[in-house]
Design a protein around this ligand. Structure first.
Ligand SMILES: [Zn+2]
Length: 343
């Protein structure tokens, strides 16, 4: 097991790891994409936003003037991602210092440096791959050099399609500057190859030392548990909402299930506030309710992980947690073998 519980100090409070950041997208009118979960789930006073998305919204100047927390009545910790994916997909030519100023200006607590993401089908021997990796590294060093707010934590983004490239990246960035943490991108595409994902995370965890390690875009309860075991400190995802649109329900004990596969009982097998107050049919028919229930399940999972880390019996908990989930059980067995745990 590589996990230790950390307390990360930020301008708007202390994060106790493992921690989850629900993704909050702004549309061009400047309204948020998801329900105000922070008023209902005390455990989740965290949010991940996209700096480029905020910059192009109609409310950008108001958000800059008031600060993000004030503008959205959000009394929590904001992690501002850069907008690197949009930069790459739409060839926007974003400037790393301009994005940094947006992150600083809106009052972010944590900012990720502007990455030039590598995509799943990018060949690692192609010039584009090398150029994107180089741009991601250079942007991180530039952001560190030009940062104006010392209280905002700056995480260097690690991206690539190859373990060696990514470990070289973190080694180089460690030599070049004192980043507050590291954030790994592009892993959605690597999820199907669990050995590759596990090897990569173990290597990055060791190299990051005491610094926080964030993983972008992986956020179901089971994958959070596995990555927590491997020492990842924080996560973000919008899958709780997209799962809601696809009528996928995070069950308390057995992973995700489609509503159509679930027994048609009058109520659901959960006593979170959503499932306590609404019927099966009401929840099934409302994306927002499924999304809120799914978030409760993530909050519950994080609480259980924290307790078992502190109680030093995380392995026993995960042995039971994954017992009836064949796919993740195999991945967990591999993770235990690689980290020297008992198999
Ligand atoms: Zn529920």
């Amino acid at each position: 097991m590589l996990q230790t519980q950390k307390c990360i100090e930020t301008p708007h409070g202390t994060l106790e790891t493992p921690v989850f950041f629900p993704v909050f997208h702004l549309n061009t009118r400047g309204s948020g994409s998801c329900p105000k979960y922070w008023n209902e789930i005390p455990e989740l006073k965290t949010m991940l936003v996209n700096a480029h998305g905020i910059q192009k919204s109609e409310r950008f100047h108001r958000i800059l003037k008031n600060g993000f927390q004030e503008q959205f009545h959000f009394p929590g910790i904001v992690f501002a991602d850069s907008g690197g994916l949009q930069n790459r997909l739409n060839n926007l030519k974003l400037d790393p210092v301009e994005i940094l100023r947006v992150q600083e200006g809106i009052g972010a607590d944590i900012a990720a440096t502007l990455d030039m993401p590598v995509l799943a089908n990018d060949n690692i021997s192609a010039t584009t791959h090398a150029e994107n990796v180089k741009a991601t590294v250079q942007n991180a060093i530039t952001a560190l050099k030009y940062r104006e707010r010392e209280d905002m934590l700056l995480y260097a983004v690690i991206h690539g399609n190859d373990l060696k490239v990514m470990t070289n990246m973190i080694d180089y960035l460690k030599r070049k500057g004192n980043f507050d943490g590291y954030a790994v991108g592009g892993l959605i595409f690597k999820r199907s190859n669990y050995r590759q994902l596990i090897d990569l995370i173990i290597n990055l965890r060791k190299r990051a030392g005491e610094k926080p390690l964030h993983v972008f875009g992986l956020g179901g309860p089971l994958v959070i548990s596995l990555l927590t075991y491997l020492g990842v400190d924080s996560f973000d995802s919008s899958s709780f909402l997209s799962a809601g649109s696809q009528r996928v329900y995070f069950t308390p004990d057995h992973g995700s299930r489609q509503f159509r596969e679930m027994p048609q009982t009058p109520y659901l097998p959960c006593i979170c506030p959503v499932c306590s107050k609404n019927t099966f049919e009401q929840i099934r028919s409302q994306r927002r309710l499924i999304g809120m229930h799914n978030l409760w399940m993530i909050a519950h999972e994080l609480r259980k992980l924290k307790v078992h880390i502190l109680d030093q019996d995380l392995e026993d908990y995960l042995d039971n947690r994954f017992a009836n989930r064949p796919q993740i059980k195999i991945a967990y067995k591999y993770a235990k073998a690689k980290t020297g745990g008992f198999v």
